[in-house]
Design a protein around this ligand. Structure first.
Ligand code: URA
Length: 205
């Protein structure tokens, strides 16, 4: 029987493929680091943001700036630590001047994000902001669906059977940071995370 490579090795393979396939060379040329993601490879929850900002680019780690501090604070509020979850972005190089990622950049990185998902197999994907949401639930407005878990079927690369996945769309912590009402909404939505995970476990029994 073939030996399965471990999850860390499979994630490393994805990183190497991004480099080998020269994904978004213009972004790569202006970036300090390729920011793949971090956390537990066995996480039940995967957070997916947009793209690295300045601090993330410099450190090579996702969500380490002001938005990341807010994310850490909300994680603590539901008794989770960064090392209990997996955190990544759709686009893995910092766009210049922190502009929004372009549709073609998101599309170019999408297959690699699906491969990360296929390795980690979280129960719940938390999309942070509209860029991440629109790939999982095309056409949905974040203002209409935030905080509402949605069940999806997805075929992972290399698979032939659709797998069930729960998406929890949240506002982006950077957008909510300095907007009082959005901040409260995000914190309320975030507090639902344990309930969403437990619901998913009971449904799959
Ligand atoms: N915003 C994001 O979407 N991702 C990061 O990693 C940091 C800020």
């Amino acid at each position: 029987m073939a030996i399965q490579p471990d999850k860390a090795a499979m994630l490393e393979r994805i990183r190497r493929d991004i480099l080998k396939n020269q994904i978004c060379p213009e972004l790569a040329a202006g970036a300090t680091n390729l920011v793949m993601g971090e956390g537990s490879v066995d996480a039940d929850i995967m957070f997916i943001g947009e793209a690295p900002g300045k601090n993330e680019d410099l450190q090579g780690r996702p969500f380490v700036g002001a938005a990341g501090k807010f994310l850490d604070e909300m994680l603590r509020g539901v008794n989770l630590r960064r090392q209990d979850v997996y955190i990544t972005n759709i686009v893995k190089y910092r766009p210049p001047d922190n502009r929004d990622p372009l549709p073609e950049e998101k599309l170019a990185f999408w297959p690699y994000l699906l491969r990360q998902l296929a390795v980690i197999r979280p129960k719940v994907v938390v999309t942070l902001g509209r860029h991440s949401l629109e790939h999982f639930l095309p056409g949905r407005q974040i203002s209409a669906v935030h905080g509402q878990p949605k069940r999806l079927k997805i075929i992972f690369p290399g698979g032939n059977q659709p797998s069930g996945l729960v998406i929890l769309p949240l506002y982006h912590p950077a957008a909510a940071l300095y907007n009082g009402s959005m901040r409260l909404t995000l914190m309320d939505d975030f507090a639902r995370l344990p309930e969403v995970i437990n619901q998913d476990s009971s449904n799959s029994n």
